[in-house]
Design a protein around this ligand. Structure first.
Ligand SMILES: N[C@@H](CCC(=O)N[C@@H](CS)C(=O)NCC(=O)O)C(=O)O
Length: 224
């Protein structure tokens, strides 16, 4: 198995893949930095790997052949699911039971379609557009994401009684949102408790927190 992960430590979707790799005990991964601030992702060589020019991108030499005979997979949720399916089928992070998996998939699509775009839309103008403040309408979208999560959380974890890919992918995003708009425990009680619960998980401490620290420092330097 030869895996290469194209990454940027501050990126929430990259951190979701880091946590998945850690949870599955996959260690043999070559790491390749992609500097979004110098627009490395728009270089032709990278576009050949990932026409959507995002991180993370996973190159798996054992993966099916695609365009240009390059082996790649992009979008963190697809990568996380692939890693479990390929290297630890049946793992509790992404169970095969259709009903359990359906709830996890719903949360993954929620992160992909609602939560992460809200975060990206909020920090993008600051990181890449020279703005010094978050726009109020974008902060409203973050709050709306918190409202949804508060209602999803009827059990300890986002997709039920077990920690799954739903928690991994959403906590990667929420931990960055929390830097921008701290979760208020009075207003979002269950979300606050879930976030604390996630933060005590070893994989979150080890593979998410360092990137959060980078994200947080970078954001401060752009806002200041
Ligand atoms: N839905 C994608 C989002 C990936 C994404 O937007 N990543 C950002 C960094 S956090 C990126 O690569 N931006 C550069 C670009 O879009 O050109 C995923 O889950 O992988």
């Amino acid at each position: 198995m030869v895996l290469t992960l194209y990454k940027l430590d501050a990126s929430p979707p990259v951190r979701a893949v880091y946590m998945t790799l850690e949870a599955l005990g996959i260690e043999n991964v070559q790491m390749q930095d992609v500097n979004l601030f110098t627009k490395d992702q728009l270089q032709e060589a990278y576009l050949n790997l990932n026409p959507q020019h995002t991180v993370p991108t996973l190159k798996d030499d054992d993966f099916m052949q695609h365009y240009n005979k390059t082996n790649y997979l992009f979008v963190s949720h697809a990568i996380a699911a692939y890693l479990v399916n390929k290297y630890a089928p049946g793992h509790s992070l992404y169970p095969v039971d259709p009903k359990k998996r359906a709830i996890i998939d719903q949360r993954l699509h929620f992160d992909s379609g609602i939560l992460f775009p809200a975060l990206r839309g909020t920090v993008g103008p600051v990181f890449f557009g020279g703005e010094k403040q978050f726009r109020p309408d974008n902060l409203e979208k973050l709050k709306s994401g918190y409202d949804f999560l508060e209602r999803f959380l009827t059990e300890p974890w986002l997709a039920g009684s077990e920690f799954t890919l739903a928690d991994i992918c959403c906590v990667a995003t929420v931990s960055s949102m929390n830097v921008v708009l701290p979760i208020n425990g009075n207003e979002h009680r269950k979300l606050y408790a879930w976030f604390k619960r996630c933060s005590t998980q070893e994989i979150v401490k080890k593979r998410n927190q360092p990137g959060i620290d980078v994200f947080s420092e970078a954001l401060k330097s752009f806002i200041a």
